[in-house]
Design a binder for this molecule. Structure first.
Ligand code: NDP
Ligand code: OXD
Length: 310
């Protein structure tokens, strides 16, 4: 069995070492344009943001194993119908996402930024405690990551709502599904968390119209993809006072360009696409198990539905 490794902006050496250790029976080779002209024909590839050239050069590959959860970059490629796309299922990401979002929610709700400013000014000052019941949290996307996040927030006794494409049941979470319930879900939400995949249906889903439906003092936490959010609409709604602010981990353009209004906005917290990092050992272990299962002809979890785009 032959496996190509093609992950952009990633040092290949530790990955190749881990993959070879996890799959000693396989020949693992790093792919770069033209590097396999000697007749090496991989069966599978481990990828992150690969160029179309990989697919065009190696159309016989049976599957692409993404080293992330989001497959939006792969859905932009022209792939032969037989080539399966397999996303990462958790592999240590959901706990990171839960801690990141819980931190963002609590930082906002407990007014920790304001306390930090007071302390920096040498002021010993109490603020009136706020009520959790006034901060219903709506989680868009109840998949591998969204469900874990919603359950974690419910454990802090926040009212939690969730929204997905198909009906879901999550303990402690008021679940909505489908486009018809979207407005009702948004109108009942004050803190909106985005954990949707980026697809044609979800691109720009957080815009002036939808964000205007949030309860007054709304707050946006985007940890999915930058293109889910219309950035100028967010800024306008914060400036008008309808929204209280945002915590953003993902952006239309990454890295966030120098001089972008988000960098220094007093009501926007920026992080560099780091809410749930790919963990190498967990990832290699999961992908190695899936490759072995696929080679035996067994079904594997996380095969992307190319029609849906996730
Ligand atoms: P999943 O595919 O497991 O879950 C996606 C969820 O979104 C499902 O509940 C799905 O509904 C719902 N959904 C999809 N389309 C729609 C729609 N049109 N309307 C309503 N609901 C919809 O994905 P994950 O939870 O694993 O990951 C979510 C995203 O998080 C990734 O795609 C990626 O972009 C992002 N991510 C960001 C990271 C970061 O560091 N910032 C790290 C990892 C991931 P249903 O349940 O019905 O299928
Ligand atoms: C992912 C990511 O999709 O890191 O896994 O954004």
């Amino acid at each position: 069995m032959k496996i190509a490794f093609c992950c952009m902006n990633t040092d290949p050496r530790p990955w190749l070492q881990s993959l070879r250790a996890a799959l000693p029976e396989a020949e693992v080779v790093e792919w770069s344009p033209g590097s396999m002209q000697d007749g090496v024909r991989p069966d599978y590839a481990m990828v992150w943001g690969p160029p179309q050239q990989l697919i065009d050069e190696q159309p016989q590959m049976k599957a692409l194993f993404n080293i992330g959860a989001g497959v939006d970059a792969l859905m932009k490629l022209s792939l032969p119908p037989h080539m399966q796309v397999v996303r990462l299922n958790d592999a240590g990401m959901s706990v990171q996402m839960a801690e990141f979002v819980a931190h963002a929610v609590i930082r906002h709700y407990r007014e920790l930024d304001a306390y930090e400013r007071d302390v920096a000014a040498g002021e010993w000052r109490f603020r009136k405690p706020l009520l959790r019941t006034d901060f219903p949290i709506g989680v868009m996307g109840l998949g591998v990551l969204g469900e874990r996040v919603a359950k974690t927030l419910a454990m802090f006794d926040f009212p939690v709502l969730g929204w997905s494409r198909s009906p879901r049941q999550v303990d402690g979470v008021h679940c909505f599904s489908g486009e018809a319930t979207f407005d009702e879900f948004l109108s009942a939400t004050r803190i909106l968390v985005c954990l949707l995949p980026l697809t044609p249906e979800t691109r720009g889903i957080m815009n002036r119209d939808t964000l205007s439906l949030l309860k007054p003092g709304g707050y946006v936490i985007n940890v999915a993809r930058g293109a889910h959010l219309v950035e100028d609409d967010l800024l306008a709604l914060i400036d008008s006072g309808h929204l209280a602010g945002a915590a953003l981990d993902v952006f239309q353009t990454e890295p966030l360009p120098a001089g972008h209004a988000f960098w220094k906005h007093p009501k926007i917290a920026v992080t560099p696409h780091t809410s749930a990092r790919t963990l190498r050992e967990d990832t290699v272990l999961q992908i190695a198990q899936k490759i072995r299962a696929m080679a035996r002809g067994e079904p594997v979890a996380g095969v992307v539905d190319r029609e849906r785009g996730y």
